[in-house]
Each structure stands twice: as structure tokens, then as C-alpha cells.
Design a protein around this ligand. Structure first.
Ligand SMILES: Cc1cc2nc3c(=O)[nH]c(=O)nc-3n(C[C@H](O)[C@H](O)[C@H](O)COP(=O)(O)OP(=O)(O)OC[C@H]3O[C@@H](n4cnc5c(N)ncnc54)[C@H](O)[C@@H]3O)c2cc1C
Length: 459
């Protein structure tokens, strides 16, 4: 027997971690507050309930989500094959029958002799080894406890994410590198607007179709917690405050004259590198609640981004997560208590699969099987993001996207080929690092078999 471990929260990350650790001989105490106390989004008492979409995103090996799944197969994820068993037809996406999926996982946990499921809200961390997996809707009492342990500045209550685009899709004949007033390094790329272009962009923002906020998010954003929201207003809301608000604020052109002409632009939108290889750029100030197709249409009105390839769309929603790079050790345990690990959305990853992946990763870390992951993998880079301070940027949640991977040594121009090569490189690295796990060949679902898997992949 390996010893005892408490896991708080039987959602996606908590269930993956519990089953993984049970399989390795740990005695797991798994605490879940539902159905006694519900969150604002969960509907049932089932474990691993999906709170919104039933899609776990693409299975194609030339997408970042598909690549993350392939990496998780190699590491032996338990929830992923269950999801595949519960799939419903959805093209190349892995969509599940949510009730079947949650029922299957609940049954596996309840039947597991190594796991004691305790239906109780924990309001503070217990003694001994603990994984906190209470998710984006962690109970208030637990949030207060974490604030008292870690400090108020280290707990965030919403996401405000600006879109991220592929560097190769930026028109470098139009966009220029320059620091404001030429002070410091020219780290930012600048997109200069003529007057007419600027007002066309503002009008498009005003008319763009938005995501509906969940009822509880409406209350959150407009109620007592408004001060958090005020720090990061969606770009379309700023535009609504006045047609010139943006060019007097986040898009102000002062000190950013166009080098070729020396002329002051009417407005300038800046792009900030997302990684040291500069393969991806963030549209500064463009956090938004616009629907994804609207973002693709409207942000392409920005001069120089007419052919932008979006690696990740912008969003704003209610989400509790920690300032992980400041408070976590390299092994994802708390600096304040190194026998406590943080998993799932609370750790600063975003998305169903990403949350499951952290449960898998932390179980491997705790059991001593994983002390690092290849840096060319999606999961390896997500892990790195959680523990690396980003200069000049506040920490925002990370999901599977190609922008987080290091650049290829000699990248081809062809986008599809480039993605195939990134996937092949990652799978090869993960396979050779964890070759034993590969002996149990992953079962691919039909959609994976039929999808045009890139020739270079080795899975
Ligand atoms: C409204 C909403 C919609 C989302 N939609 C999507 C989507 O469509 N696609 C996507 O990929 N991602 C989505 N996400 C993001 C994220 O992937 C999911 O929230 C995911 O379920 C998070 O996994 P988790 O393991 O971190 O937490 P969860 O799966 O939420 O699990 C946390 C568990 O902890 C329990 N708990 C909380 N506090 C305590 C406590 N003190 N004691 C005991 N138990 C506790 C909760 O009841 C819950 O069961 C959404 C998030 C939200 C908030």
C-alpha cells in the first residue's frame, strides 16, 4: 500500500487523479459536495459532470486538441477511453453522451475498493497529502480558505482572454515592430489604422454578435464582484462607451508612428508575443465576449491581420483559478504547503481535456513516475506555463493550442504540413519518454481511424 491521499472535488480532474492513484495502490479519500451543495452550473449529483458542451473537442492528430488526447493516451489516461466508449456521432470531435459518461465514471469510482467517496463540502484543507480539484466553481468556503492561505492577490475570479494568432499569418509588410516612443526593445508588433479603417472596426465591434452570459455570470459580473470585471472590459464594451474610447485608450497611437512614413496613425492595435520563439501573438486589449465566427470576421479588419489564423479565440467568463506561477512549486504543489497539489481548472488550465490531463499528470508526479515531460509536447508546455512567470503579463489560463509549442527548426510555409510536423514531433518525444505505457496500444475510436492522420505521426 502506498499511503493515503485526499482529493477535494470529484469533477474531471479529481476523478482522473483518484482512479490513477487507486490503480497505483493509494488509499484515496475523494470528497464531493454535490448533491448536498450544488455549484451554479452543475445539475446532478453525478461525478465528472460536464457543465456545458458535451464536446471534448477534436480527435484529429493535426489539431492541438487531438494532439493532447494522443499524449494522454500515451500517459494512460483512464477517463479518455471512457469518453470514447460513451461517444456520440460528432464528425471529428469526441462528443459524449454526458449522462452515460458521468454515470460510468461515478460507478467506477463507487466500485473501486481503493477509493472512499465522501459526499461532503470541505471548507479547509485536511492534513496529509491533498489534491485540490474543486474547479472553476469552487465553493465559497474553500475559496475563502485558499485566500487566507495564499493571499487575495493570488486567486482570480474570471478569465479575460484576448485572441491569439499564428505569427506566420501576420502581414509583415503592413505590421511593424516598435516600442512606444522607442523606449526599450521593440517587443510589440503594431497594426496602424487609418481613420476610416478605425471607425469601420469600431462599428463592426458594436454590431458583432456576442455569447450569452450564463445567468449566474450576469449576476457575478454586474453584481458585487463588478470591481474584478472592471479591470478587464471586453473590447466591444469599450467601443460602446464612445467611438473614440479605444483610440484614446488601449489603441492610442502616440509614440507609435509608422517607421516607413514617420506619420502618426489614427489608432494602433498592438500584438504581444505569446512565447519566446514568437510563433504566436496576442491581440492586446481584445478580450471579448463576441462569438467565435464574429471574432474571426471582425479581427481580420485589423490592418495586417486580414489573413489571421486564430490559434485561440478570446473569451470572458466566470472562473476561479490561482496565480499558479507565483504560488506553485515545479511539481505543481503549493509553495505554502508542499503536500498539497492543485489540479484542474483551479490550477490555471482551461477546458475539459486539459483538466483531465492535469489529474493524470499530478497522479504521475505524486507516484514518482513523472518528473518532467518533453518540452515539445502540449502537456509539457501547459505544465511549463503553470510554473513560469511571464514578464509583462498577468497569468491567464492556458489551453491546448499550437501557439504554446516551441517553433520547428525549419518550419515549412504550408500550414497543414507545419501542424502535422508539430504533432509528429510531440508524439515521437512523448512515446520515447514513456515507451512502457505505449506497450498497451491505445484504442482509437472510429473517427480517429478514419481521419486523415498525418503521415509523419507515429501513433
Ligand atoms: C459554466 C462553465 C461552462 C464550461 N464549459 C466548458 C465547455 O463547454 N468545454 C470545455 O472544454 N470546458 C468548459 N468549462 C471549463 C472546464 O473545462 C470545466 O469547468 C471542467 O469541468 C473543470 O474541471 P475541474 O476538474 O477543474 O472541475 P469540475 O469538473 O468543476 O469539478 C470540481 C468539483 O469539485 C466540487 N467542489 C467544489 N468545491 C468543493 C468543496 N469545497 N468540497 C467538495 N467538493 C467541491 C464540485 O462540486 C465539482 O464536482 C466550463 C466552465 C464553466 C464554469
Amino acid at each position: 500500500m502506498k499511503g493515503e491521499i485526499s482529493i477535494i472535488g470529484a469533477g474531471l480532474s479529481g476523478c482522473e487523479a483518484a482512479l490513477q492513484l487507486a490503480e497505483r495502490g493509494y488509499q484515496v479519500k475523494l470528497y464531493e459536495m454535490r448533491p448536498n451543495r450544488q455549484t451554479e452550473a452543475h445539475q446532478t449529483g453525478l461525478l465528472a459532470e460536464l457543465v456545458c458542451s458535451n464536446s471534448l473537442k477534436s480527435t484529429r492528430l493535426d489539431t492541438a486538441s487531438g494532439l493532447l488526447k494522443a499524449e494522454m493516451h500515451i500517459l494512460g489516461s483512464i477517463l479518455l477511453p471512457i469518453a470514447q466508449d460513451c461517444n456520440v456521432p460528432a464528425g471529428h470531435a469526441l462528443a459524449v453522451d454526458r449522462s452515460l459518461f458521468a454515470t460510468r465514471i461515478t460507478a467506477e469510482i463507487e466500485a473501486n475498493p481503493q477509493i472512499q467517496l465522501i459526499r461532503q463540502e470541505l471548507t479547509c484543507l485536511p492534513e496529509g497529502k491533498v489534491i485540490v480539484a474543486t474547479g472553476p466553481l469552487s465553493s465559497k468556503a474553500m475559496m475563502h480558505h485558499l485566500v487566507s492561505l495564499l493571499g487575495e492577490d493570488h486567486l482570480f475570479f474570471f478569465d479575460a482572454i484576448a485572441p491569439i494568432i499564428d505569427a506566420d499569418s501576420i502581414d509583415l509588410d503592413k505590421v511593424y515592430a516598435k516600442a512606444r516612443y522607442d523606449k526599450g526593445e521593440p517587443d510589440y508588433l503594431n497594426c496602424a489604422f487609418e481613420k476610416e479603417e478605425y471607425y469601420q472596426f469600431v462599428d463592426a465591434l458594436l454590431e458583432g454578435e456576442k455569447h450569452e452570459a450564463h445567468e449566474f455570470e450576469d449576476a457575478f459580473f454586474n453584481g458585487e464582484s463588478f470591481k474584478f470585471y472592471e479591470n478587464c472590459i471586453p473590447i466591444e464594451e469599450l467601443a460602446r462607451r464612445g467611438k473614440d474610447t479605444l483610440r484614446h485608450g488601449v489603441m492610442r497611437p502616440m509614440g507609435l508612428e509608422v517607421p516607413a512614413t514617420g506619420k502618426k496613425a489614427y489608432a494602433v492595435l498592438q500584438l504581444r508575443a505569446e512565447n519566446t520563439d514568437r510563433t504566436a501573438y496576442n491581440l492586446v486589449g481584445c478580450q471579448t465576449m463576441l462569438r467565435y465566427p464574429e471574432q474571426a470576421r471582425i479581427f481580420k479588419l485589423i490592418p495586417g491581420l486580414e489573413h489571421a489564423d486564430f490559434l485561440r479565440y478570446g473569451s470572458i467568463h466566470r472562473n476561479t483559478y490561482l496565480n499558479s506561477p507565483l504560488i506553485l512549486n515545479e511539481n505543481l504543489s503549493l509553495k505554502a504547503r508542499d503536500d498539497v497539489w492543485i489540479a484542474g481548472q483551479l490550477s490555471g488550465v482551461e477546458g475539459y481535456m486539459e483538466c483531465i490531463a492535469t489529474g493524470l499528470l499530478i497522479a504521475g508526479i505524486i507516484n514518482g513516475e513523472i518528473d518532467s515531460l518533453p518540452e515539445v509536447t502540449i502537456l509539457g508546455q501547459m505544465w511549463r506555463r503553470l510554473i513560469t512567470l511571464q514578464p509583462k503579463q498577468s497569468f491567464s489560463p492556458v489551453n491546448a493550442n499550437f501557439g504554446i509549442l516551441p517553433a520547428l527548426v525549419d518550419p515549412p510555409r504550408d500550414k497543414k504540413l507545419k501542424r502535422n510536423m508539430l504533432c509528429a514531433r510531440s508524439i515521437q518525444a512523448m512515446s520515447s519518454a514513456f515507451s512502457e505505457a505505449l506497450d498497451a496500444e491505445p484504442e482509437l475510436q472510429e473517427s480517429e481511424r478514419n481521419s486523415p492522420a498525418p503521415a509523419e505521426t507515429t501513433l
